[in-house]
Design a protein. Structure first.
Length: 221
């Protein structure tokens, strides 16, 4: 199963959600979980060193000139049951439509979580991530309950199957407003929690996932 996490505004919490969800799924599923970084921050968010060597960006540049198992060879271990496919060096991640998605869908019984970064009509988005964000069985928009974000989400190139709401105290809009504007269910609601930000800053997400994050994401995929 492939789960994509994406946003329409920078700094929404997408990378933290992708990392935490991958850790939650890795604990739950014996077949293992792969987390794929199309945006560039995942190893830092997980608190692991950037893996050396080429990553998915170089794989995309080489297109079909590589053997079928080439993508699998770029993975590195992160935690029990969890591997990382890092973005690595390379320019814009441009793939044939669906090529990367097909490779990820072919990953046997494993759960695959992809950080697709920010998608939007006028962002310098990673174009290869749009087919992945759109074609994943579970496509999660990570957003604040914010009018400006919702305006962008309505015009986004992808329709989510679910929404991860990163909530802040005092917002006028709530989950019902978000669901009715976007026509998709809120599958997880996270509070903005200084403890989460501190865990990320200290590089402790993979080793000590904050309980509120793992609880909130249990039903997301
Ligand atoms: N639930 C949370 N509570 C508190 N802080 C959070 C939470 N989620 C994310 N953050 C913090 O917010 C900042 C942005 O998070 P993150 O990098 O996940 O967002 P992003 O949408 O991936 O951003 P970018 O657009 O740069 O890719 C980070 O400093 C992170 O630690
Ligand atoms: Mg990010």
């Amino acid at each position: 199963m492939v789960v994509s996490c994406w946003s329409v505004k920078g700094g929404s919490g997408t990378t933290v959600v992708a990392a935490a969800l991958a850790l939650v799924l890795a604990r739950r599923h014996d077949a293992g979980t792969l987390v794929v970084d199309l945006a560039g921050d995942l190893s830092a968010a997980l608190g692991v060193p950037d893996p050396p060597g080429p990553g998915v960006a170089r794989w995309a540049e080489a297109r079909g000139d590589l053997p079928a198992d080439a993508l699998g060879r770029l993975e590195s271990p992160v935690a029990d049951g969890l591997s990382l496919l890092h973005r690595g060096e390379g320019g814009a991640l441009v793939t044939e439509a669906g090529e990367l998605l097909s490779a990820l869908l072919a990953m046997d019984d494993r759960r695959v979580v992809v950080d697709c970064g920010t998608l939007g009509p006028d962002d310098g988005h990673v174009s290869g991530s749009i087919p992945v964000a759109a074609g994943a069985e579970v496509s999660l928009l990570v957003t604040r309950p914010c009018y400006l974000a919702l305006r962008r989400a309505v015009a986004a190139p992808v329709t989510p199957t679910g929404i991860v709401l990163v909530d802040e105290p005092g917002r006028a809009l709530d989950r019902t407003d978000v669901e009715s504007v976007l026509g998709a269910p809120v599958v997880a609601e996270l509070r903005l929690d200084p403890g989460v930000a501190r865990a990320v800053d200290a590089g402790l997400l993979a080793s000590r996932l904050p309980r509120q994050l793992s609880r909130a994401l249990q039903g997301a995929a």
